[in-house]
Write a protein that binds this ligand. Structure first.
Ligand SMILES: [Zn+2]
Length: 445
């Protein structure tokens, strides 16, 4: 299968087919229907969200033999030539390429010639922010007094770099990043139509990796299909997708956190070995892991994350289950350890070691009694016994986990023991100092 077949085949050819940018296509259609065609349009927004695609549809709508129409026929010579990029009257210029600027210099002379076979002569200038100041000045002269048959469609990812003098003469449209759920639904539709079966988790992994760009999402889907194309097989697994994209699934984060919750250092290091074995970039993995911690804490605090973060149903369930393993206080402390890890990795010669140490810190946080637990215990104890309670060893849960941790790692972090009592401080203050002292110490490791 030739590369990018999907992206080309599924490129929208009508306003109706454009995914998510309805606020743009609706306004464009209305202006065509009411006969208010502008001489200059500016499409601005992130890459891969449909700017050039809509520019070509607009060109067809204006130059279709049936047009101007909001439903270009797609089959007349003008429409076909625009689709193929061979129309004499629709000139596409990439301002980022070397000859882009030369084209714009030529443009000023050529705009005065009438279109050859269509109603309008349309210039689609992509990456228009790359146009140099002298070239912008040349454009401006044309924009001030445009010949009636001329339409400019400018596209840019960097709106702020366009001179105000140009902006003020354009009808402006702002394209948005496409939400994960919208991309996922569209990819699933493409996959089904093309005869492939892909599980939801895999589709969502592709959709998230595309970062709001449908074009990227389709290219990634194409790669995944090429990778997993095994003769007649039309089923594509999550593993196929993750291998192609070079990412690890949320399941990996969940396994680490389960091991942390269970105090199971063996399971923890088994999962770390798996991460190493995939050759994953630890910094990138850590970014994803922090994202998962955030998701879990939001769930813990009752925030509805499904739409916010773009999760499939099964991913949502996995995160909810994991959130049930921790208290909010634990998640808060673990997040701080993870944020520190993210920072440390930037200066580390061996990021894997930083990851291991941070995970052991998290395991230790989980095994230590929380501040609220200690205060509750102190509150329950009769006044005379409070000092004793403070000096008491950690609960059996922490003790049970400790020998196991030592068996796995010779130098596992020890839960900090309470200092001997002094006359001056109360038991509660003592515990609080010990607790926060420990956090600070962790932070500095
Ligand atoms: Zn047509």
């Amino acid at each position: 299968m030739a590369y990018q077949v999907i992206a080309r085949k599924w490129r929208p050819q009508t306003f109706d087919e454009v995914v998510f940018q309805e606020h743009v296509s609706k306004t464009l259609r209305n202006s065509i229907l009411s006969g208010r065609v502008s001489h200059a349009y500016l499409f601005s927004g992130p890459r891969g969200v449909g700017k050039t695609t809509l520019a070509r549809i607009l060109a067809k709508a204006l130059n279709c033999k049936e047009g101007p129409t909001d439903h270009p026929c797609g089959v007349c010579d003008n429409c076909l030539e625009i689709t193929k990029g061979t129309s004499f009257d629709v000139i596409e210029i990439d301002a980022a390429s070397n000859n882009g600027i030369d084209h714009i210099r030529e443009l000023r002379e050529n705009v005065n010639f009438a279109p050859i076979r269509s109603k309008y002569k349309i210039y689609i200038i992509d990456e228009v922010h790359m146009v140099t100041t002298p070239a912008f000045n040349a454009l401006l002269k044309t924009l001030e007094e445009p010949p009636p048959h001329i339409v400019f469609i400018f596209a840019t990812t960097e709106y702020h770099k366009i001179p105000e003098t140009i902006l003020s003469r354009c009808q402006k449209f702002f394209f948005k990043k496409i939400p994960v759920e919208t991309i996922a639904a569209h990819l699933q539709h493409i996959a089904e139509t093309e005869g492939y079966k892909i599980p939801d988790n895999a589709i969502y992994s592709i959709a998230r990796a595309a970062d709001g760009a449908m074009r990227d999402a389709q290219s990634l889907l194409e790669q995944v299909i090429s990778f997993s194309n095994k003769g007649e097989a039309v089923e594509i697994s999550l593993d196929d997708v993750l291998t192609t994209l070079g990412i690890l699934p949320f399941e990996s984060h969940a396994s680490l956190l389960k091991a942390v919750a269970d105090g199971d250092t063996r399971a923890l290091f088994d999962e770390i070995e798996k991460i190493y074995a995939t050759g994953a970039d630890i910094a990138r993995y850590t970014d994803g892991f922090i994202g998962s911690l955030r998701t879990i804490r939001l769930i813990k605090n009752g925030v509805s994350v499904k739409g916010l973060l773009g999760l499939s149903d099964s991913e949502g369930r996995l995160f909810t289950d994991t959130a049930g393993l921790f208290s909010d206080e634990e998640l808060s402390r673990m997040f701080r350890v993870a944020a520190e890890l993210q920072n440390d990795i930037r200066y580390s010669a061996n990021a894997g070691i930083n990851l291991e140490m941070a995970l052991l810190d998290m395991l230790h946080i989980k095994q230590s009694p929380s501040l609220s637990e200690i205060l509750k215990k102190l509150g329950e104890a009769p006044a005379g016994q409070q000092e004793q309670a403070a000096a008491a060893p950690p609960p059996p849960k922490a003790q049970a986990a400790q020998p196991k941790a030592e068996a796995q790692l010779q130098k596992a972090p020890q839960p900090q023991e309470a200092e001997p009592e002094t006359q001056s401080s109360s038991a509660v203050e003592k515990i609080r100092d010990t607790f926060y002292g420990e956090i600070i110490e962790k932070g500095e490791e």
